[in-house]
Design a protein. Structure first.
Length: 228
């Protein structure tokens, strides 16, 4: 039975949706407060998330960004009427689809089914499997990094930066891409913040941080984690 996480503070909408979705054979976990969304997602591991943008606690955009950094779980955003900006932001943040309020429950159910047909069940957590390149292994599920077999402790942003680099090993990643993926709108300051994190990361994953082999600088563009 496919599991859905519904994040919606309006009780009447949430109840109507839950009843319809359950009648359609889905198992629905419902949270009202934005702050409960990510913890519930971790516990329930839903096949799809229906996410309202305007929430108490943590905003829908923030939740979307967090989920996207950690998983490919399909996300359908619920946005206010004519909120063009919300819609664009939602899609830029990696939501798969959006539905504008007021919407028909039937339409939303159709979208849920369409997305689940494209994304096989369980695929949402496929990227939780460990990634490895050039002797560096990162395991998201255990929140563990090993360099040549030795455990290395990383602060959260460096962990996320390394994860993104490893998941795209061999590819050149632009500075903008890295900043968007790792920091999103939390990013403050100029692009030096990124360089500082790369420098710190190198002290932990390079044999000689002054002559980096794993995290390579691509001059004028960004960085690449070597895949050889
Ligand atoms: Ca709301």
């Amino acid at each position: 039975m496919p599991k859905l996480l519904l994040v919606e503070d309006e009780v009447s909408i949430a109840e109507a949706l839950s009843i319809t979705l359950e009648a359609e054979g889905f198992q629905v976990a419902w949270v009202k407060d934005g702050a409960d969304a990510v913890p519930t997602w971790e516990r329930v591991r839903p096949d799809l998330v229906i996410l309202d943008l305007m929430l108490p606690g943590v905003s829908g955009t923030e939740i979307c960004r967090t989920l996207r950094n950690r998983s490919d779980v399909p996300i359908i955003m619920l946005t206010a009427r004519d909120a063009e900006v919300d819609r664009v932001v939602g899609l830029e943040l990696g939501a798969d689809d959006y539905v504008t309020k007021p919407f028909s429950t039937r339409e939303l159910v159709a979208r849920v089914k369409a997305i689940l047909r494209r994304a096989p069940l369980g695929a949402a957590f496929a990227d939780e499997s460990p990634v490895e390149a050039a002797g560096v292994r990162l395991d998201r599920a255990r929140h563990e990094v090993r360099v040549d077999g030795d455990l290395v402790d990383l602060p959260p942003k460096e962990f996320e930066l390394l994860a993104y680099l490893l998941e795209h090993a061999g590819r050149v990643l632009t500075r903008g891409q890295l900043i968007d993926e790792v920091w999103g709108s939390d990013y403050v300051g100029d692009t030096k913040t990124l360089d500082v994190h790369v420098r710190r990361l190198r002290t932990r994953v390079e044999e000689d941080p002054k002559d980096p082999r794993r995290i390579q600088t691509v001059r004028g563009v960004g960085y690449r984690f070597t895949d050889t």
